[in-house]
Design a protein around this ligand. Structure first.
Ligand SMILES: Cc1ncc(COP(=O)(O)O)c(C=O)c1O
Length: 482
């Protein structure tokens, strides 16, 4: 039996072909348009997939592995394409794909020290690197998590149980109504967390934003003065999903301190700015956070999922510790001078991959300066793009705001009842043309087209070509609709 899985020649053929394919995928050759797969072809492939029964016999021979990969990649969205500017997703730093294969091969389990001794130390140290960068004190703690959603959930959970210890045993029925204040532009994972934790979605109080799309401190204070219930947490966002804006974290930290409540910062997107020389000051105040969400699988070009949850005082992570008799999962054991503490004691997740190795590798290979410059380059290209287009006249779409980071949105330039339809049809047509892909969202109820300029291969020429297509398609669409 083991022969089937360990045939060396087959393994070598598969390994070589997959490696070559990945290398080619990240070359221009494989990233030809369409950026988004053609709908007709997608329909066919969907029908084919849904009618595929579980194979009783082998279908795939090692020599044909490239065809298999080709079919998958052809019908996938090309996130690494220079004119893919859709969401907070992009191509990765290609060599990390090989590190990922290595992570899978080692298959450590971060649940327990005995299943991941060295990996535990690397994860701890990467958490310390970032806790230091964010300015958290030596009491800091944290782990990698599956994404920003789980990090936000963990932050709110610790806010809840650190304040209401009785609720750990008795449930949330034993406590007063809790309230969480956050900008109305918050990611939906905040409201989802409130629902999961039994706080109810109504516990999240959305606060108005100012002209820069940041939380409005005056409105926040007004809401606090009228609150019905207890304030559990004030949440700041560093890198708003729609606009990339950064809340005034320093002022928020002060408001949280004045009210003695947990200050969580959702820096899933903008946390990466801490690595830059030019923009790290935008995060001023993050050092006062009780907990932080940070997603390197967004503005740090890591594969999904690479995300972190950091906490100011690691003692709160003990709330998450549970025991199992079949596994010595220690929370505080140093034996013979060896740290044998298990990370499974400090997270709501169970089995976890050795995600930290990607970050350990990334900084070992490139260093902070190079990574910081790469992040800056995406903000600068977005600013240059804005400067080139901001004064253009008679266009259908105009920038909705001056970008603070690397997200820019376009609204319909004139008044019409059909704004939403114009945006939708333009988006549809651009997707169908296949030269680029952007996303649609709404800000202050206004429909907009959104560009998240993440890929390192995207040039100013790419952006101008997307812009020109946008206006051309927009003109045709608006004439047809109006
Ligand atoms: C600000 C913010 N927080 C949290 C999340 C959730 O992150 P994830 O998708 O990794 O769970 C996102 C996702 O876009 C986000 O933009």
């Amino acid at each position: 039996m083991s022969d089937i899985f360990e045939n060396k020649t087959d393994l070598e053929t598969i390994g070589k072909n997959v490696l070559e394919y990945i290398l080619r995928y990240y070359s221009k050759e494989k990233l030809l348009p369409p950026v988004f797969p053609k709908e007709k072809k997608l329909k066919k492939i969907m029908e084919k997939i849904y009618s595929t029964p579980l194979p009783e016999e082998p279908l795939l021979i090692p020599d044909k592995i490239t065809d298999f990969l080709e079919e998958i990649s052809t019908h996938s969205i090309k996130l690494a394409h220079p004119r893919y500017v859709g969401h907070m997703d992009s191509g990765i730093i290609p060599e990390i794909a090989f590190i990922d294969a290595f992570i899978s091969a080692l298959n450590q389990n971060m649940l327990s020290w005995e299943l991941a001794p060295l990996a535990t130390y690397i994860e701890n140290q990467v958490i310390t690197w970032f806790a230091n960068l964010f300015g958290l004190p030596d009491t800091h703690g944290g782990t990698f998590v599956s994404g920003g959603t789980i990090a936000n959930l963990t932050g709110i959970l610790l806010a809840l149980y650190s304040k209401h210890k009785n609720a750990i045993e008795e449930g949330i029925y034993s406590i007063n109504k809790q309230k969480i204040l956050v900008s109305k532009e918050a990611h939906y994972s905040i409201i989802k967390s409130a629902a999961i934790l039994g706080l109810g979605t109504s516990s999240v109080i959305p606060v108005e934003t100012n002209a820069k799309h940041q939380i409005d401190i005056f409105s926040l204070k007004k809401k606090i003065s009228k609150i019905d219930g207890e304030i559990l947490s004030i949440i700041g966002i560093a890198g708003v999903t729609n606009t990339g804006t950064i809340d005034p974290l320093n002022e928020l930290a002060d408001v949280a301190a004045d009210n003695s409540v947990w200050f969580h910062v959702d820096a899933a997107y903008g946390g990466a700015l801490i690595l830059t020389e030019k923009y790290y000051t935008k995060l001023k105040g993050i050092e006062k956070a009780d907990s932080i969400t940070f997603d390197p699988h967004k503005l740090l070009w890591m594969p999904k999922s690479t995300a972190m949850f950091l906490v100011r005082n690691k003692k709160y992570l003990e709330i998450l510790a549970h025991n199992a008799s079949y596994m010595p999962v220690h929370s505080d054991v140093y034996k013979d001078g060896i740290d044998q503490r298990s990370l499974g004691k400090r997270t709501i997740q169970g089995s976890r991959r050795f995600d930290a190795l990607r970050i350990w590798y990334l900084f070992s290979r490139y260093g902070k300066k190079t990574i910081g410059k790469a992040i800056e380059s995406r903000i600068e290209i977005t600013k240059l793009f804005y400067e080139r287009i901001k004064n253009k006249k008679n266009e259908v779409f105009v920038p909705y705001y001056k970008p603070e980071t690397n997200i820019i949105c376009f609204r319909v330039a004139y008044e019409t009842k059909n704004k939403e339809l114009i945006i939708e049809k333009t988006h549809e047509k651009i997707e169908e043309n296949g030269n680029a892909w952007l996303s649609i969202t709404k800000i202050n109820d206004e429909p907009v087209l959104r560009m998240v300029i993440l890929n390192l291969s995207t040039t100013i020429e790419d952006l101008m070509s997307i812009y020109e297509e946008l206006q051309k398609v927009g003109k045709r669409t608006s004439t047809q609709i109006n």
